[in-house]
Design a protein around this ligand. Structure first.
Ligand code: THU
Length: 136
């Protein structure tokens, strides 16, 4: 999968930081913003959206991915996660599985408010993933 250009990375970072300001996280107080780059160059973003019924909380990554799919974009190239914390946050297991559905080779980048930055790939985060091909 093609790595994002420096200009695309700057846009992803800006979009993820902006999305985090919209997080609805009254229970955990843990704000997350995600921005994703789709094949073709479009960028979508999302924040975490919590619920009084805790199990219904939706992560920022999935908010962004579901927005992209709802807009007709299905090929995911890169996911960037931002948290206003000192350490970088990686996508949870559920989000890794959802990333795999649309971007099995996607790059995954995590940034925060310190210099810590993690750059990896979905196959590294979810080796041996179960995916659409397994149902064929
Ligand atoms: N969260 C995300 O949005 N993305 C992650 O990768 C990890 C966790 C959210 C879910 C919940 O609203 C809060 O962070 C605490 O778990």
């Amino acid at each position: 999968m093609k790595a994002p250009t420096p200009a695309q990375l700057r846009k992803l970072e800006r979009a993820a930081r902006a999305a985090a300001t919209e997080a609805y996280a009254p229970y955990s107080r843990f704000r997350v913003g995600a921005a994703i780059l789709m094949e073709g160059g479009r960028i979508f973003s999302g924040c975490n959206v919590e619920n009084a019924s805790y199990g219904l909380c939706n992560c920022a990554e999935r908010t962004a991915i579901f927005s992209a799919v709802a807009a007709g974009r299905r090929e995911l190239r890169c996911v960037l996660v931002y948290t206003p914390t000192k350490t970088a946050t990686m996508p949870c297991g559920a989000c890794r599985q959802v990333i795999n559905e649309f971007g099995p080779e996607a790059c995954v980048i995590s940034i925060c408010d310190s210099r810590e930055r993690i750059e990896t790939t979905l196959p590294t985060l979810l080796p041996g993933a179960f995916g659409p091909a397994d149902l064929a």
